[in-house]
Design a protein. Sequence first.
Length: 254
Amino acid sequence: MIRAFLIDDEPLALERLARMLGATGRVEVVGRATDPQRGLRQVATTAVDVLFLDIHMPGLTGFEVVERLAAQAAAPPVVFTTAYDQHAVRAFEANAIDYLLKPIERARLDRTLERVAARRADAPGDLRATLERLARQLRPATGLEHLASRTGDRVQLVPVEQVTHVVARDRGTYAVTASGEHMLDVTLADLERRLDPARFLRVHRATLVNLAWVDGLHADLGGRLILRLKDPGRTEVVVSRDRVRPLKERLGLT
């Protein structure tokens, strides 16, 4: 039996994958997590043959999970699950680490399990070297990792993965996290140039959104497209009409 651990911030996606893996008769799901930080800790103390890992998650992306795995002495092979990110798929293939496009198909899952079974014979050093190469390839060459918020003489560094969105309001720019707002000493236009474009997209002249925090879309009574975030307040953001197509393309909806 292949021992699998699953990390995906969407409980329904996690449950569906666990059910599909169990139905193959070849896999024992030894753990699952919707929080990537907690999942990493559990993987470190669990005998795992393969980690099925979502890419776009709030708090810690799949790419960042790979970087942390590469530093572990006994890191398992990784199979990415993704609803889009075709450019990332090519990177996974180049490093001989498999991927599954959502919605996952049974035939494709069977082929993935064949590859996982074949990799179980790899030496731990070979596997860690592969993960390290993948981590280097996926690590953005540019892009801020922290945003500086100044209050008087005090400067707070806010990790960009915790930023749900950035808004321009009342002649100020604010980075919004699940815990509150942080005033920044930069313009929204400047941030748009400096933030990793794979993470952040401008959806309105006054709003940049962290795509890892996007939960869903719907139209309001006036026909405007509304973007809903995964933060505790389920924040809703208006999408400008001229930004609807770019947003849908990034979310794989066209």
